[in-house]
Design a protein. Structure first.
Length: 159
């Protein structure tokens, strides 16, 4: 049933081209939430990879593989999630500063410095920043040319 709703893996989607930053953050946040929910129950996914992340009209989820929902150390999931986050970043188009912050979060996950709850909070905050940047870019794009302050400054003559 899940595979009928979700059409492709994250690996397949990334193979088709670059992802908008906001969409990539949405996918990462949804996967982090799935992992956090498993970890709250004392379970781990065990094999987080972009091939096992399924995408559909409502976003991303984890494929129900034979190794899912087992007892174990959640730090393995966090480290694997960090690697997936780094993989996503290689195929994202977005502001350099924000991508650098996401990469920092990915490294914290890979080093197991944060848990999945902390990673999820970080992703949500970065998602809000991405939304603000996107909204500002849209507002700037709608402004008529020549409406900026610099265009109102009279040209200086050489006399």
């Amino acid at each position: 049933m899940i595979q009928a709703i979700f059409q492709e893996s994250l690996t397949d989607r990334m193979g088709r081209g670059r992802l908008p930053l906001a969409k990539a953050l949405r996918y990462a946040t949804q996967v982090a939430a799935c992992l956090r929910d498993l970890h709250r129950q004392g379970l781990v996914y065990g094999a987080v990879s972009s091939q096992l992340i399924l995408l559909g009209p409502r976003g991303a989820t984890l494929r129900n593989s034979g190794t899912s929902a087992q007892l174990g150390d959640p730090r393995r999931d966090v480290a694997a999630f960090g690697a997936v986050l780094s993989e996503i970043l290689r195929r994202v188009e977005g502001p350099e500063r924000l991508c650098a912050e996401i990469q920092s979060l990915a490294l914290l996950c890979q080093d197991q410095t944060v848990d999945m709850r902390q990673a999820l909070i970080g992703l949500r905050l970065l998602g809000l920043q991405a939304e603000q940047i996107t909204a500002a870019a849209r507002r700037l794009a709608k402004r008529p040319r020549g409406s900026g302050r610099l265009s109102a400054v009279p040209a200086l003559s050489g006399k």
